[in-house]
Design a protein around this ligand. Structure first.
Ligand SMILES: Cc1ncc(COP(=O)(O)O)c(C=O)c1O
Length: 472
């Protein structure tokens, strides 16, 4: 197959001229740095290199190829990750004060976008897998309930796949949203590799109105490299484009764009047969891991992702033990560790090496080389499937609030968002009434030293909540 890489080739043509820089960026083709080879690809929008916000040449050609791979009516490169894609999708479909149905365990970028864009969220709790306590997806029933209890929304926003690699039942959600003439937006940050060859269909193929995919998460693209595919109306697309131009830099990184070009080409070359061979090598590796006593390996739809648990030990302890043998996993939460494996064949020798490393990690963890943190059973949250914020963004803006000890916060409206990171899903959202389950879980995270973002005085066991008398 011919490898078409329009952006990469435009850059190569540019560099072949051995140009002298009398323009930005300040590193002057890397000559002011000890890393000229690294920097020289970092150029600006010079003649022959097209214009990111008004593409007509190499970038337009690269987008056309991207559209073809994902069979999309329109695609857009994103140079600030899925983060900016989530912002732009929401800005495209809703204006200030309008209501959108949003999966409660969305990424923090979604909550930021909702607040700054002034969009009223109606939260949809995902179902929870009872045995593991791991979050699944928003059910059709939950969405129906939201439509009935809180009518008048202008769109639905969900995340699929989950961090654990489970895909939602997109078809049934597409049917339901279409019957209400609402767009279905999907944060598919972890599913840029989905498609026929991989064996799991992308939400876009299944009819979602717009999806964002972090190419950098699972394909060979530089960090921050992402893209969006959409089938909006012309009018909505114009608004989307205005949002993308407003939210994204006017100086896009060509290193990043070139890597997106490459990631698309990498993905384009997959065949059903080639991928099933890759999957077979992954299966063989997982099987070997499953032979360890007390080890459980969970896999959902995405076979390149695995969730490991080791009985009696916290995910954190396992994550650290794996790190000690140079196996760097994605994140740990509760009793498990999530790992994202490479999308290429795993050679037998590599599989054996990895299995031995895991064995060493387990031995180390057991011999207390690494602090042992017993896993505490977590409470199941999310009894209420559909909910709204307890006060408006205007009220939140005006409130000064007061710090209260965690136990005294129960029943009060939080002025802070608390985010275990990774994975970056808020445990408590600004404007939400704090529940006993949330406090319990927060304490648990503190006990097992989960890294938490937000919470000015959380170290001292306090949260900022709205003062009495100000609420509702
Ligand atoms: C589900 C989900 N959505 C969005 C994002 C943001 O993606 P990016 O890092 O590409 O901005 C992340 C990042 O972790 C994510 O996990």
């Amino acid at each position: 197959m011919k490898h078409e890489l329009p952006i990469v080739h435009a850059l190569q043509r540019h560099l072949d001229r051995t140009p002298i820089s009398w323009h930005v960026p300040g590193h002057k083709n890397g000559t002011l740095t000890p890393l000229p080879d690294f920097f020289k690809w970092d150029v600006t929008e010079l003649p022959g290199l097209d214009d990111f916000h008004h593409p007509e040449e190499a970038i337009a050609d690269a987008i056309a190829l991207l559209r073809k791979v994902y069979d999309a009516k329109a695609s857009h490169f994103l140079v600030n990750g899925s983060t900016v894609g989530n912002w732009a999708m929401l800005a495209a479909i809703a204006t200030r004060g309008e209501r959108v149905y949003v999966q409660r365990n969305s990424h923090k970028s979604v909550f930021n976008a909702l607040e700054w864009l002034g969009i009223e969220p109606i939260f949809l709790e995902p179902d929870i897998h009872e045995e593991t306590g791991i979050s699944g997806h928003v059910s059709r029933e939950t969405l129906k309930e939201a439509f009935t209890k809180y009518p008048g929304g202008v769109g639905v926003f969900i995340t699929s796949p989950t961090y654990y690699g489970e895909a939602a039942d997109i078809m049934s959600l597409v049917q339901l949203t279409a019957s209400h003439e609402l767009p279905l937006l999907v944060d598919e940050a972890h599913g840029a590799h989905f498609g026929e060859a991989f064996g799991v269909r992308s939400a876009f193929e299944l009819g979602a109105t717009a999806v964002v995919q972090s190419a950098h998460k699972t394909l060979p693209a530089l960090t921050m490299g992402a893209w969006m595919h959409e089938r909006f109306s012309e009018k909505t697309r114009r608004k989307l484009q205005r949002a993308l131009q407003a939210f994204q830099t006017s100086s896009p990184s060509y290193l990043l764009l070139a890597s997106l070009d490459y990631a698309r080409s990498y993905r384009e070359q997959w065949t059903v047969k080639g991928m099933s061979d890759i999957q077979a090598s992954h299966d063989a590796f997982i099987e070997a891991l499953q032979r360890f006593d007390h080890m459980t390996v969970l896999r959902f739809d995405d076979w390149s992702r695995m969730t490991l648990t080791y009985e009696g030990y916290s995910g954190d302890a396992l994550l650290h033990a794996l790190r000690a043998v140079q196996l760097d996993a994605e994140f740990a939460l509760g009793d498990h560790v999530v790992c994202i494996l490479p999308l290429r064949p795993l050679a037998k020798s590599e599989q054996n090496d990895w299995v031995h490393r895991v064995e060493r990690a387990i031995q180390m963890m057991k011999s207390e080389g690494i602090p042992l943190k017993r896993y505490i059973e977590q409470p199941i949250m999310g009894k209420i499937q559909v909910s709204a914020l307890s006060c408006s963004y205007e009220q939140l803006e005006q409130a000064t609030g007061t710090f209260r000890q965690l136990d005294e916060c129960i029943g009060h409206v939080s002025l802070e968002t608390i985010i275990p990171y990774p994975p970056g899903i808020p445990l408590i959202v600004r404007g939400e009434r704090i529940t006993a389950e949330q406090v319990l879980r927060l304490r648990h995270y503190q006990t097992v030293a989960v890294h938490l973002q937000g919470g000015e005085q959380l170290q001292r066991g306090a949260l900022r909540v709205i003062e009495e008398g100000f609420e509702e």
